[in-house]
Design a protein around this ligand. Structure first.
Ligand code: HEC
Length: 159
């Protein structure tokens, strides 16, 4: 809890538009469509690939299982996808930080978001183990917020 609070403090201290979504203000219209600080077009980073193929895949699948459907999903499927998410979170931590993470403050924010994500994916796994659906739902919503907060902070344009 303490970490979350300080992370939010940092976000609001260092992100110019921390409460507004949308594109960053650019001085020219010449940036790529992937947003400020993104890897130049045609040169996809390992992080981008990991986010798309693993992080997003397992998260989206879990949202479908837990938030979008009323039926109880087979525990084995849920468990498998939860492990996929946790592995993706681990894998992100093992990669170098992306180029848009430049200042010490930005590095701290980046690490803190990853800490939060890791902790919440552990909480989610425990809720799955306990078949605690309300806890799963609440935790998955929190996870989704962390994804968005990090993308907004680092101006990642998720399409
Ligand atoms: C610690 C910060 C952080 C967290 C947390 C995070 N991401 Fe990302 N994400 C990034 C960064 C940075 C990129 C851009 C990587 C690049 O372009 O090199 C990215 C890119 C993506 C992309 C590709 C965007 C595009 O269109 O090119 C998807 C999809 C994505 N993330 C999904 C997720 C999901 C789902 C979660 C949560 C389960 C998540 N991310 C959590 C930082 C984060």
């Amino acid at each position: 809890m303490v970490r979350t609070t300080s992370a939010l403090g940092l976000v609001c201290a260092f992100a110019a538009g921390c409460s507004s979504a949308g594109a960053p203000a650019t001085s020219s219209g010449s940036t790529t469509t992937s947003g400020v600080g993104a890897v130049p077009t045609g040169q996809k980073s390992g992080l981008d690939k990991l986010m798309r193929t693993r992080m997003n895949k397992s998260y989206t699948q879990l949202v479908f299982y837990v938030l979008d459907s009323d039926i109880d999903v087979e525990p084995a499927k849920l468990q498998h996808e939860t492990e996929e998410l946790r592995a993706a979170v681990e894998a992100v931590r093992a990669l170098p930080m992306p180029p848009m993470v430049q200042s010490d403050e930005a590095r701290e924010v980046y690490v803190t978001f990853n800490d939060t994500l890791q902790r919440d994916s552990d909480v989610f796994a425990a809720a799955v183990a306990a078949s605690d659906r309300p806890k799963m739902e609440a935790t998955l919503q929190k996870i989704g917020k962390t994804c968005n907060d990090c993308h907004r902070f680092f101006r990642v344009d998720v399409k």
